[in-house]
Design a protein around this ligand. Sequence first.
Ligand code: B12
Length: 268
Amino acid sequence: MESKKAPSRALRAYGDRQNDGMIQLSFVLEIAPSARAKEAARQFAELHGVQEALVTTMESCAEGYTYFVVYGHSQHAIDAASIDVPEVRTEALSREEIEQRVKSRLGRKIVVVGACTGSDAHTVGIDAILNYKGYAGDKGLESYKAFESYNLGAQVENDQLAERAQALKADVILVSQIITQRNCHKENALALVELAKKQGWRDQVAMLLGGPRIDHKLALELGFDAGFGTGTKPSDVASFVVEWMCGNRESAGVAIAAAAGAGEPKAP
Ligand code: B12
């Protein structure tokens, strides 16, 4: 897979004009709305490097707490070309290619078991990937003949997920983690991988982690095979899984490349 090198260029925030550096910062302070609170918010933003800070919103969000939005100048610039970040780069396969590859190369359905785990009750993300109706006009894995999908829903404990996945002879486990308070998503995800290793089946399944604060790098660090963040479509996941199951993992789409395109893609 070819990787493109992004040109080196200092990026500044765009507000009203190119490179004007305008940004906005939002936060809650434990203070009731008042002129003093507004000035406190302005100074608080300036302490974060926002210059000529303008408080554009000051709204009470609970008794004694105020939500602020502050608009102002940032002096900082970032060169995206200097950043290395692993990403899942999967060639998008068409529905026909997916069905055909699985039929001809595997000769059976791929068993996919998904859940939103721990105390996390947010089902929408995992439903978006698995349910027939899918997400953003892209139908979910249930709509493919190639997959036998089981959506265990939300608040599924790791040991329950492990047990069901084993009983169903899962090829792929999909874990959704939406809540990230006190890093519970990391702890919970890591605990599942450790359980899989302890029970001796980690290498028999592909483990995918998803959620709004998940990226591929984090998922790899936690011992998963791939990570998917916001905007993921079911067909991205379907393509990845088919390449993982029916292709060559070293080269077939499971390409980990620097976002900036430095170097050749590497397998995870
Ligand atoms: C709807 C919602 C709820 C609903 C959930 C209903 C349901 N059945 O899911 C209800 C009301 C129950 C709820 C409750 C709570 N919520 Co809530 N909720 C939301 C909200 C508004 C939308 C989430 C959503 O549906 N997104 C749409 C889906 C499609 O996006 P997604 O989840 O990111 O999924 C996509 C990708 O991430 C990825 N993906 C996700 N999972 C997976 C898995 C795999 C394997 C793959 C490949 C991809 C993938 O693909 C999906 C499609 O692209 C968000 C705010 C927001 N705007 O995001 C807050 C939010 C997630 N909730 C939040 C909070 C704090 C809570 C509560 C703790 C509130 C409370 N104090 O009670 C409780 C927690 C309950 C619990 N035990 O989990 C916070 C989380 C903060 C944090 N970082 O931890 C958020 C961000 C709101 C906020 N700004 O504070 N919530």
